[in-house]
Design a protein around this ligand. Structure first.
Ligand code: COA
Length: 179
């Protein structure tokens, strides 16, 4: 899986990505909607290894997101098989995380839109889901901007987050091919 847009490249992870991706995952602001929050460098290495294995097995994955102009690793974005907590699966989910210096440049929208078009045209998928904490307004707004639809009846609790934690209630969005 390789996707190029006007400004960005979505490509498999490389060794040189570990340091900048670990920096992104160590930032409490970037990780404020994740439970647990920040990751160590070793945990980021595990995430990358899981993405590599997923790519090998399924032909798609959560990938490295590189800016073409300067080859900077600006984050990660892509498709993966969703966890079994979402009923009616197996589902393919879209996800994203960008370093804060790169926010609000339209990068996530540009890459996610291309990723969804790849899901329909190249992978032949008929649905991609997205989910996040109810309070993750940036991600929710991005999903809405991508045209993803939410059924309020499908809200669910992420049971890996303790009861009473604001990150526990989750919203579910669905994207379908156009037409
Ligand atoms: C969510 C995230 C990927 C957005 O990345 P981004 O490159 O800044 O997003 P874009 O610039 O492409 O924005 C596209 C649209 O998303 C929405 N959006 C993005 N950031 C937003 C924010 N802080 N507040 C509200 N809406 C936001 C807007 O609708 C925006 O369109 P607009 O700029 O025309 O208003 C980024 O904020 C991030 O990495 N957050 C932390 C990681 C995270 O929470 N990941 C999801 C975990 S489930």
């Amino acid at each position: 899986m390789r996707i190029e847009t006007e400004r960005l490249r979505l490509r498999p992870w490389q060794d040189r990505d570990l340091a900048p991706f670990a920096l992104i995952n160590a930032d409490p602001d970037v990780r404020r909607f994740y439970y647990p929050s920040v990751l160590t460098t070793a945990e980021t290495a595990d995430v990358i290894a899981e993405c590599d294995a997923h790519l090998e097995k399924h032909g798609f994955a959560f990938m490295a997101l590189e800016r073409k102009a300067d080859a900077a690793l600006i984050g990660g974005l892509g498709l993966s098989i969703a966890g079994e907590e979402i009923s009616g699966g197996p589902h393919v989910e879209i996800g994203w995380i960008l370093g804060s210096p790169y926010w609000r440049n339209g990068y996530a929208l540009e890459a996610a839109d291309a990723c969804l078009r790849h899901a329909w045209a190249a992978l032949g998928l008929t649905e991609v889901i997205g989910y996040t904490s109810r309070v993750n307004h940036p991600s929710r707004a991005l999903m809405e901007k991508l045209g993803m639809k939410r059924d309020p009846a499908e809200e669910f609790d992420d049971v890996t987050v303790p009861e009473g934690n604001a990150l526990r209630p989750h919203v579910l969005y669905r994207a379908r091919p156009p037409g």
